[in-house]
Design a protein around this ligand. Sequence first.
Ligand SMILES: NC(=O)c1ccc[n+]([C@@H]2O[C@H](COP(=O)([O-])OP(=O)(O)OC[C@H]3O[C@@H](n4cnc5c(N)ncnc54)[C@H](OP(=O)(O)O)[C@@H]3O)[C@@H](O)[C@H]2O)c1
Length: 133
Amino acid sequence: MEINQRPYHLVVFGASGFTGQFVAEEVAREQVASGQSSSLPWAVAGRSREKLQRVLERAALKLGRPTLSSKVGIIICDVTNPASLDEMAKQAAIVLNCVGPYRFYGEPVVKACVENGTSCIDICGEPQTPLKH
Ligand SMILES: NC(=O)c1ccc[n+]([C@@H]2O[C@H](COP(=O)([O-])OP(=O)(O)OC[C@H]3O[C@@H](n4cnc5c(N)ncnc54)[C@H](OP(=O)(O)O)[C@@H]3O)[C@@H](O)[C@H]2O)c1
């Protein structure tokens, strides 16, 4: 599908994580600040619908925007399930990947994005310790 016809401009993958919840909250804050007219469709993704819903509910409370969770998509996706990664990547123009550690979980997400023509960014903060032989 053409990039500009995909359902979501941005998908925050791993929004239920310690860092991902702040990323999701910041995206929501930006959308509130920019106003409804210029807001872009976005979604959160992860392996637990309940956790993702809780993240959106907390952000809605913090931002005083009770309708937030009804306006943000939820995609169920697991790094260990390549088909679910493809499905997520196909629905987004950009995947913002917050699922770490990236040295264990990063590559399948990049692969799915490359194969589906989706931009992929992450928040990696992992100085890798060299292996000792
Ligand atoms: N650049 C920076 O300043 C900075 C700062 C902090 C962290 N980071 C990076 O962010 C990464 C994440 O850190 P964190 O502290 O937020 O970790 P975390 O709290 O453990 O969160 C990990 C996230 O990954 C998800 N996840 C784990 N396995 C998965 C799988 N098989 N499929 C789908 N989702 C899966 C978890 O989902 P569940 O909720 O379902 O378990 C959770 O949403 C780190 O590895 C680090 O590189 C960067």
